[in-house]
Design a protein around this ligand. Structure first.
Ligand SMILES: Nc1nc2c(ncn2[C@@H]2O[C@H](COP(=O)(O)OP(=O)(O)OP(=O)(O)O)[C@@H](O)[C@H]2O)c(=O)[nH]1
Ligand SMILES: [Mg+2]
Length: 222
């Protein structure tokens, strides 16, 4: 079985629900008292597809303006970007366009893009039309999802889309191969302890684990 390891950066304005989405997916819960992310947090999870196992290293960035300058550290080596906005705050959708322009300016290789409008449970406060989100996603070559981390809607699909995108990227031409790690875990003997080949792990479609969550402090100002 082919194993693909890729880095995912999660970008978006403060408070759009980036961490809540990841915690919902990885931890299967919603924390009503989540703190704003400081610097960045790191999570890992695995998605088993028919054609490959995909191991995601997810970098959850901080949306607060004071951490903006740290973002390049995370997106430069990323194979996929999860671009999250809040469906009830139009300015957070506009902010995505700034992120996309920045990625275009700084990233040369191919990147899987997934655009997400979160907080779909707040339908009566919606400010971004689904059609507008969809159109913009097509424009930038992304897939579009609307989610509710609170009500656990659409979250699985988002991570599945990333995994499928990375698996496709890894089977593209060599010229397109980026920093993705691809190996055959059986024949190369590269199976790692955290990815056991036991029948139980094969049975599940997704295996999510919080490897560790770190809170990185920004470099001290001089
Ligand atoms: N109604 C609703 N609230 C949500 C949802 N997801 C997150 N929230 C709330 O939005 C607020 C911000 O959530 P976070 O996950 O911390 O947002 P973030 O994007 O990680 O924010 P930063 O780390 O500061 O960039 C919290 O009060 C969450 O409870 C959702 O799907 N629906
Ligand atoms: Mg956060």
């Amino acid at each position: 079985m082919r194993t693909v390891e890729g880095k995912v950066v999660v970008l978006g304005s403060q408070g759009v629900g980036k961490t809540s989405m990841i915690v919902r997916y990885v931890g299967k819960m919603f924390n009503h008292h989540i703190n704003p992310t400081i610097g960045a947090s790191f999570f890992t999870c695995k998605v088993n597809l028919e054609e490959a196992r995909v191991k995601l290293q997810v970098w959850d960035t901080a949306g607060q303006e004071r951490f903006r300058s740290m973002a390049p550290m995370y997106y430069r080596s990323a194979n996929a970007a999860l671009l999250v906005f809040d469906l009830t705050q139009y300015n957070t959708f506009t902010a995505i366009k700034t992120w996309v322009n920045e990625l275009r300016r700084n990233i040369e290789g191919p990147m899987v893009l997934v655009l997400v409008g979160n907080k779909s449970d707040l339908e009566n406060q919606r400010k971004v039309d689904p059609e507008e989100g969809r159109k913009y996603a097509v424009n930038i070559g992304a897939t579009y999802y609307e989610t509710s981390a609170l009500q656990n809607e659409g979250i699985e699909q988002v991570f599945l889309a990333i995994a499928i995108g990375l698996a496709k990227l890894s089977s593209g031409s060599r010229d397109l191969m980026t920093s993705l790690r691809v190996y055959d875990s059986v024949s190369s003997g590269l199976s790692s302890p955290d990815m056991p080949l036991s029948p139980s792990s094969e049975e599940s479609t997704t295996d999510k684990s919080i490897a560790f969550a770190i809170q990185e402090r920004p470099p001290a100002c001089c």
